[in-house]
Ligand binder design. Sequence first.
Ligand SMILES: Cc1ncc(COP(=O)(O)O)c(C=O)c1O
Length: 406
Amino acid sequence: MKKLEEFRNDFDILKSGEYVYFDNAATSQRPRQVLDAVSNFYKTTNANPLRGLYDWSMGATEMYENARKKVAEFIGGVKSEEIIFTRNTTESLNLVAYSYGMDNVGEGDEIVVTVMEHHSNLLPWQMVAKKNHAKLVFLEPDEEGVISKAEYESKITDRTKIVAVGHVSNVMGVTNPVKEIAEYAHSKGAVVVVDGAQSAPHMKVDVKELGADFFAFSGHKMMAPMGIGALYGRKELLENMQPFLTGGEMIEYVTRDDATYAELPHKFEAGTVNAAGAVGLEAAIRYLQKVGFDFIAEQEHKLTVRMMEGMKKLPYIKIYGSSDPARHSGIVTFTMDGVHPHDISSVLNDDHVCVRAGHHCAQPLMQFIGAGSTARASVYFYNTEEEVDRFLEHLAKVRSVMGYED
Ligand SMILES: Cc1ncc(COP(=O)(O)O)c(C=O)c1O
């Protein structure tokens, strides 16, 4: 397949073919175009943005603000000032919890989350609930990993102030019915916070169509550098929120005892910003658009089908989530009878196959599915069928390495 080969050639780290990288849900690899954009920023325009009145600083500001426009276009054509640059999804969600949640959730109110949430979309809400004496309510999926209409309609009520839901689960790979949940949540007057860490890299997102009042994602899972992420927030909400962090260029005027704050989006961007990261994120979005979400979905589906079919032939493997590969978003979480997931990962690593093992920062979900920890293989569009076969070949040897005679 010509297109795949062309794209794969852009990833120097994958070129030798020595390693099979199946931990894309944790972080993706970066193509040369992204690395070049970051390096070009430092080589040609580096200065502290948003401060200086000289060419380099103004150039850095322009590149940083252009990146913001690109992000705004990428998630459905929202206003630039509705995009806040953060370090990652975790920081974006903390910003919402602290600057919106703490001031808008009171005693007896409810915050609805799913039991599938990554800790980054759970712990900030635990903090709000504890501090303000509110209650956390959990949506639970069925056997196939799906949150039913009956489930969310019975748990989202007039007491619900916030519904915080992951768009795609980093363990099950399932895409949650966010649009339907958001519609229902809005009918009850709740604000909807969407964790898009696992959706933005893989599918076209339109935050308005989705009904997200806030949408958080990380650059590093979609080929941008680590340390840059974004938060979309509806302007009316952001305008009425207090800053999350303070200091630097997020001010309008400061006296000894008080301060007024800058307009959006800078009110939420304290300290020196990650301009090179933002430039890298813009390059990553351009690259994603060149690859195209249709190609990404097609490729990930093909690889997931091959992987799950191969794994089903191994009777000692249990796959979590849906039995339908189409509902996995390239993520296959599994356990192996008699072998700890850490051993699966270590034995595979001996053959240079990289998979994740552990609780995937989703311990309540691990408790819900009755597994202490699991192994997870996750693909991206640049992975190949040959790599899936190598993974399967080595996976089939793990039990014998661990002393089993199957
Ligand atoms: C669904 C989900 N939410 C949030 C996060 C946190 O992302 P980050 O570590 O980039 O803040 C992750 C990372 O694995 C994730 O998969």
